[in-house]
Write a protein that binds this ligand. Structure first.
Ligand code: NAD
Ligand code: UDP
Ligand code: UDP
Length: 314
C-alpha cells in the first residue's frame, strides 16, 4: 500500500507516520510545507527505503501515485491559524480540492481530518455528528472552522459526483509528545509553564470545557476509520470533559505543585463547552480511547522535559 500523509511533519501526522511505517507492506510519502511542522518529527524515517518526504504546499497541484491519502495539512493551533487567516482558508479549501482531484485521478481513498470546531460554540451537548453546529461565519476563528466545513462539503460532493471513497474524522482536542512547545494550545502551554515555573495562564472564565484525547488513541481511531467501511463524519475524541481550571489544577498537582494559576484575558468566540458523543466510533469502528488525561499528561511531561532541558526534581 502506498500512502500519502499531508501535514505528516506535524504533531498528529508524525505519530500517524510512525504507526503506518510499522507495517512493512506500507510505503509512506509525506508532503508538508513546514509551516507548523518540522523535519525533526520525522528524523527516524529520513533515509528509510519505504519513506519519502517532500516539501510541498497543498495549495499547489501535486502529482504522485498513491492508494490512500490521509489529508491533515492545516495549522491546528488558534495562534497559527489566525496568523495568516487567508492562507488558512486557502489550505482548507484549495488544499482539500487538490487532494480530492488527486484522489480522483489515481482512484485513492481519502481521509480528511476535520475538527470539533465545525460545531462552533455548540448549543447541543455532548455533540453528536448529526448536530449542524453554531459557527460564526465572519469571526476570527472562521478561517479554520468554516474552512473545515467547506472541506467536508467538498469531500461529500466529490463522493456523490465522482464516486471518490471518502472518510471524515471530526477530531476533538488532542495532546501528546511532539506538540509545538510554544504553539499556544492549552495543554502544551500549561505543561511548558509548569516546567518553567511560570504561572499557568487560564483564560477567563476558566469554566469553559474541553475533552482531551491522547495522540496514540487518536492515531488508532484515524487508521480504523480509513480501513473501515464508513464515510463518516465520525467524532474521534475522548469524552472525559474538564474545565480549564480543572486542567490547570491537574497539571499543577502532577507536575509542579508550587506553580501559580493566573486568570488572563480570553480571545473572541471561544467555545464554552465541548465533548464528543462517540457512540458512532464505538459502534461502527469498535474504537474508544484508552488513555485517561492523568495517564497521558506525564507522558507528555517527559517529552517536554527532554526538549526544554528541565530535569525532574528528586
Ligand atoms: P500541526 O500544526 O502540528 O500539523 C499540521 C501540519 O500541516 C504541519 O506539519 C504543517 O507544517 C502542515 N501544513 C500546514 N499548512 C500546509 C500547507 N498549506 N501545505 C502543506 N503542509 C501544510 O497540527 P496537528 O495538531 O497535527 O493537526 C493535524 C490535523 O488535525 C489538522 O488538519 C487539524 O486541523 C486537525 N485537528 C487537530 C486537532 C488537535 O487537537 N491537534 C483537533 C482537531 C483537528
Ligand atoms: N489535482 C492535483 N493532482 C492531481 C489531480 C488534480 O493536485 O493528480 C488538482 C488540480 O490541480 C485541480 C484540483 O486537483 O485544481 C481538482 O481536480 P479536478 O480534476 O477534480 O478538477 P479540474 O482540474 O477539472 O478543475
Ligand atoms: N486556554 C487557556 N489558557 C491558555 C490557552 C488556552 O485557558 O494558555 C483555553 C482557551 O480559552 C480554550 C481552551 O483553553 O477555552 C482550549 O484552547 P486551545 O487553543 O488549546 O484549543 P481550542 O480552542 O482550539 O479548542
Amino acid at each position: 500500500m502506498r500512502i500519502l500523509v499531508t501535514g505528516g511533519a506535524g504533531f498528529i501526522g508524525s505519530h500517524l507516520v510512525d504507526k503506518l511505517m510499522e507495517n512493512e507492506k506500507n510505503e509512506v510519502i509525506v508532503v508538508d510545507n513546514y509551516f507548523t511542522g518540522s523535519k525533526d518529527n520525522l528524523k527516524r524515517w529520513i533515509g528509510h527505503p519505504r519513506f519519502e518526504l517532500i516539501r510541498h504546499d497543498v495549495t499547489e497541484t501535486l502529482l504522485v501515485e498513491v492508494d490512500q491519502i490521509y489529508h491533515l495539512a492545516c495549522p491546528a493551533s488558534p495562534i497559527f491559524y489566525k496568523h495568516n487567516p487567508v492562507k488558512t482558508i486557502k489550505t482548507n479549501v484549495i488544499g482539500t480540492l487538490n487532494m480530492l482531484g488527486l484522489a480522483k485521478r489515481v482512484g485513492a481513498r481519502i481521509l480528511l481530518t476535520s475538527t470539533s470546531e465545525v460545531y462552533g460554540d455548540p448549543l447541543v451537548h455532548p455533540q453528536p455528528e448529526s448536530y449542524w453546529g453554531n459557527v460564526n461565519p465572519i469571526g476570527v476563528r472562521s478561517c479554520y472552522d468554516e474552512g473545515k466545513r467547506v472541506a467536508e462539503t467538498l469531500m461529500f460532493d466529490y463522493h456523490r459526483q465522482h464516486g471518490i471513497e471518502i472518510r471524515i474524522a471530526r477530531i476533538f482536542n488532542t495532546y501528546g509528545p511532539r506538540m509545538n512547545i510554544d504553539d499556544g494550545r492549552v495543554v502544551s502551554n500549561f505543561i511548558a509553564q509548569a516546567l518553567r515555573d511560570e504561572p499557568l495562564t487560564v483564560q477567563v472564565p476558566g469554566t469553559q470545557t474541553r475533552s482531551f484525547c491522547y495522540v496514540s488513541d487518536m492515531v488508532d481511531g484515524l487508521i480504523r476509520l480509513m480501513e473501515g467501511e464508513h464515510t463518516g463524519p465520525i467524532n474521534i475524541g475522548n469524552p472525559g470533559e474538564f474545565t480549564m481550571l480543572e486542567l490547570a489544577e491537574t497539571v499543577k498537582e502532577l507536575i509542579n505543585p508550587a506553580v501559580e494559576i493566573k486568570m488572563v484575558e480570553n480571545t473572541p468566540d471561544d467555545p464554552r463547552q465541548r465533548k464528543p458523543d462517540i457512540t458512532n466510533a464505538k459502534q461502527l469502528l469498535g474504537w474508544e480511547p484508552k488513555i485517561k488525561l492523568r495517564e497521558g499528561l506525564p507522558l507528555m511531561e517527559e517529552d517536554f522535559r527532554l526538549r526544554l532541558g528541565v530535569a525532574k526534581k528528586k
